[in-house]
Design a protein around this ligand. Structure first.
Ligand code: NOJ
Length: 480
């Protein structure tokens, strides 16, 4: 066994790259792998430990690449396998680890297995039924679609994403082989999509009010992760996996990260919390009580960006100072470090997301210049329109501005490496979060409507100005 306490991922800051929207190298208006590789020095300079790449595999892109037609190849939109190798080499050369998405709950309807299934062969790899139950797709509408011969197949997401049957050993073997394929190529781990969804309750019972959800969090799913853990441990270098588990309690989520299963799980309770000291404190306590290996997330490619959710840049800045002071690992979504807002006014005819309204957090990153697409790529194109008023938010505009969100993130990440030890709450005023870590570090976040006294000591990070030696509303500091 590896010495778990020192494992890199326990305290890592992992930066989520959404490949379509990070950087475009070839001018087609869609981000790609060479674009990411060219910008890796930016991420190394930012001070993150690792990146997580959302899917770049062969895909019809019905669900932004979460509909995979070939798990062992790169979609031409994003590049080639050689581009993955180049990305990995460059990232590792810069000291950045790389984890990639694995999507085991479903494939694309364009996957050869599903085509065979439609033709009548190998249907047992998917979930077909002659009588659909009452399950609804998470994207809206029934979770069942009828095929030519009158039977139905299950899709918890889009009809173009048929659910796999994890009771079929072939499915298990195939995914074990896919894991090995990417581990052999040198990835440092995986982000497991819908990790709680793979196994469905025997008999596919109707969803009944008040009862457990029959398509999530079935006990048998843990067998899959015990097998995956063994595979990860066959490889040197502490390869890891982080689970996407939602609609669950911290205690149930903690079962996915028992010592012989996955390593980490996203903290969706934290991601979904409003800017409210009482609620945040309850979630922080519950998260830390459920696991000694917590993670903290403010935004991702599925949720409204936290600057918009919380209602101001000041709050987004304070949230970063608070979040990155908590013990555990943290996931930073691309653009968080620029303080990007959700784009709320994408015209209906330019929206791309099926069923859900997630385009506003997927708008390409602004890198430089005064007009869209702000250096996203070498052409004037971008797959989603970029707001004309983002000139002040570009990396170039923020890089040399000590008051920028980017400068704040860099400073936080520089100091954060010195944070250690458990969180200890300190007595505080109403709506102020105040806690210590080892070495005399204290974090104070003022979520009340009035200024409060600053904790004693030297201020090492501040999310905003501290007039009169006080901590204003919507401001957070680290003091030592
Ligand atoms: C979660 C992913 O984050 C989301 O983007 C996707 O639509 C669903 N899983 C289905 O794969």
């Amino acid at each position: 066994m590896l010495c778990a306490v020192d494992s890199w991922w326990r305290s890592a800051v992992i930066y989520q790259v959404y490949p379509r929207s990070f950087a475009d190298s070839d001018g087609d208006g869609v981000g790609d792998l060479p674009g990411i590789t060219s910008r890796l020095p930016y991420l190394a300079e930012l001070g993150v430990d690792a990146i997580w790449l959302s899917p770049f595999y062969r895909s019809p892109m019905v669900d932004g690449g979460y509909d995979i037609a070939d798990h062992r190849d790169v979609d031409p939109l994003f590049g080639t396998l050689a581009d993955v190798d180049a990305l990995l080499a460059r990232a590792h050369g810069l000291g950045l680890r790389v984890i990639v998405d694995i999507v085991p709950n479903h494939t694309s309807a364009a996957h050869p297995w599903f085509r065979e299934a439609l033709a009548g062969d190998g249907r047992d790899r998917y979930i077909f039924s002659n009588v659909p139950n009452n399950w609804q797709s998470l994207f809206g509408g029934p979770a069942w679609t009828r095929v030519a011969d009158g039977s139905w197949y299950l899709h918890l997401f889009d009809p173009a994403q048929p659910d796999l049957n994890w009771r079929n050993p072939q499915v298990r073997e195939e995914f074990a082989a896919i894991l090995r394929f990417w581990l052999d190529r040198g990835v440092d781990g995986f982000r497991v999509d819908v990790a709680h969804g793979l196994v469905k309750a025997v008999g596919l019972p109707d969803l009944a009010g008040g009862a457990a959800i029959p398509y999530f969090d079935q006990d048998e799913v843990h067998e899959v992760y015990r097998e995956w853990r063994k595979i990860l441990e066959e490889y040197p270098g502490e390869r890891m996996a982080v689970a996407e588990v939602f609609d669950s309690t911290p205690e149930r989520v903690a079962r996915y990260i028992r010592g012989d299963e996955l390593h980490q799980a996203f903290n969706f309770d934290y991601l979904e919390a409003p800017w409210d000291a009482g609620i945040l404190r309850r979630i922080i306590d519950a998260s830390l009580a459920a696991t000694d290996n917590a993670s903290w997330v403010l935004s991702n490619h599925d949720r409204q960006r936290h600057r918009t959710r919380f209602g101001s840049v000041a709050r987004a800045r304070a949230a970063a100072v608070l979040t990155l002071a908590l013990p555990g690992s943290a996931y930073v979504y691309q653009g968080d470090e620029l303080g990007l807002p959700e784009v709320l006014d994408i015209p209906a005819e330019l929206r791309q997301d099926p069923g859900k309204d997630r385009d506003g957090c997927r708008v390409p990153l602004p890198w430089l210049g005064d007009a869209p697409p702000f250096g996203f790529g070498p052409s004037a194109r971008s797959w989603l329109p970029m707001p004309a008023d983002w000139a002040g938010l570009t990396v170039q505009a923020q890089r040399d501005d000590p008051g920028s969100v980017l400068a704040l993130y860099k400073q936080i990440l520089r100091v954060r490496v010195r944070l250690d030890g458990p969180l200890v709450w300190l007595p505080a005023q109403q709506d102020v979060l105040l806690f210590g870590r080892d070495g005399g570090f204290v974090c104070a976040a003022n979520l009340s409507g009035a200024p409060v006294a600053l904790p004693a000591g030297e201020v090492v990070v501040a999310s905003g100005p501290l007039p009169d030696g006080e901590l204003p509303p919507d401001t957070a500091v680290w003091v030592r």
